[in-house]
Structure formats: C-alpha cells, structure tokens
Design a protein around this ligand. Structure first.
Ligand code: DX5
Ligand code: ZN
Length: 220
C-alpha cells in the first residue's frame, strides 16, 4: 500500500445511506475505513456502536479502523472485536490501565493502537509502545468532525515518530482531525503515514478526487 494511507471517517457520511457511503469510498480508493465511537462521557457527543459496525462489515473489504472515544473501554473491546474491527484505537486518557486494555485488544486478535489528545504530552504513550501497532495523534479535540487542524500538534507528531522508530518495530502514525489537502502534507512531513479524513472526503462531491488530493496534498 502506498503511503500515506487514507482512512475516510464515516462520521461525516450520510447515516441514512451508510452502506452506500462505505462502498463509495472503497471504490474511490480509500485504504481503510475509520469508525468513530463516542459515548457522551469521554467526549461530549454520541455516534455509533458495535451494531452498526457489525452491519457494515459484510458490505466492505476495507480494514475497519475503529476509534474508541469511550471510558471505560475494557467492557466493550470484545463487542467491537466480534463486530469485525481490524484495528482498535483506545485513548491513553480513557483510564489508568491503558497497558492492560491494549493487551485485551491484542488477545482478541485485533491490532491495537493508542490515541492521544491534544493536551497530552507524547511521553504519556512511551511505556506502551511495545504493545501497539499504531499511534493515533489527535489534531483536534475529539468529539466532532469539521474542526480546525491544530498545528501545535506537529511537533508532537515528530517526537512520536522518533519514539516509534527508536523501538525498532514498525509502528504506524495516524493523524486524526482537520486533515485536508493543505494540512495533509504538514502531517506527512512530520512523520504521519496514515491520515483520517471526515469532511475532506465525505464533504466533497467527488470522493476519488478528494482522496487523491489528500495523498498528493496542495503545496502552497
Ligand atoms: C473526531 C474524530 C475524527 C473526525 C474527523 O473526534 O475522531 O475521526 O471524524 O473529522 P474531520 O476530518 O472532519 O476533522
Ligand atoms: Zn477518529
């Protein structure tokens, strides 16, 4: 797969036509499908649960990249694994036992990722890097699509890239929030190899062109 990988977030899709919206980004060249799960507690919004993910699973061949913005997370890991998640990102801020939660994800045969909010320093994930396949760097405060990219997070992406490389393991760095053709090249230059995009894909008329523009970026 050609990097950066592009993972459209269905949070910005038309929920009344979800299966078609998922098929449309697959045809348009998406690499992964990003599914945002919100609990109205860890983040101030509600979105979807395992039932919708399970219903979409047979409709798509794309890897399902599930972003859990929920606390506690442990009681729900099995449900998302059974629903067909290929990757599960959980937040380092979601509780004191991120280490155990990431092991649970791995035990269920799902690739673990650790997500990190804008206010959290990169060192917060240092002790769990040996357990993860991915780091998901939030470049907005999680909870809503369509927010502005926080350029203050670029330095953190660079630091996490160095920390990830120092492990000697292949750890992907995803960036989530405010990605568009202007911000995508900044995230990639800082070390990202996966980009989540909600409004920059589903808010556009031509999904294929939108995905292409994220891969190449608009340099200005
Ligand atoms: C925010 C979610 C994002 C969101 C991104 O809490 O984690 O995945 O869908 O939306 P955009 O790309 O519009 O910022
Ligand atoms: Zn997300």
């Amino acid at each position: 797969l050609e990097t950066p990988l592009i993972a459209p977030s269905v949070l910005s899709a038309d929920f009344s036509r979800m299966a078609e919206e998922v098929a449309a980004v697959e045809r348009a060249g998406a690499d992964w499908l990003h599914l945002d799960v919100m609990d109205g507690h860890f983040v101030p919004n509600l979105s979807m649960g395992p039932q919708l993910i399970k219903a979409l699973r047979p409709k798509s061949k794309l890897p399902f990249d599930v972003h859990l913005m929920i606390a506690p997370v442990d009681p729900y890991i099995e449900a998302f694994a059974k629903a067909g998640a290929d990757h599960i990102h959980l937040h380092v801020e979601a509780g004191p036992h991120t280490h155990r939660s990431l092991q649970h994800v791995r035990d269920h045969g799902v690739k673990p990722g650790v997500a990190i909010c804008p206010a959290t320093p990169p060192e917060a994930v240092g002790e769990v890097l040996d357990l993860v396949d991915m780091i998901l760097v939030m470049t907005v405060n999680p909870g809503f699509g369509g927010q502005k990219f926080l350029t203050s997070q670029l330095r953190k992406i660079e630091t996490l890239r160095r920390m990830a490389d120092a492990t000697g393991r292949d750890i992907r760095i995803g960036v989530d929030g405010g990605i568009n053709p202007q911000t995508a090249p900044l995230a990639v230059a800082a070390g990202a190899d996966m980009l989540v995009a909600g409004t920059a894909v589903y808010g556009q008329d031509d999904y294929a062109a939108a995905i292409r523009n994220l891969r190449t970026g608009t340099h200005n």
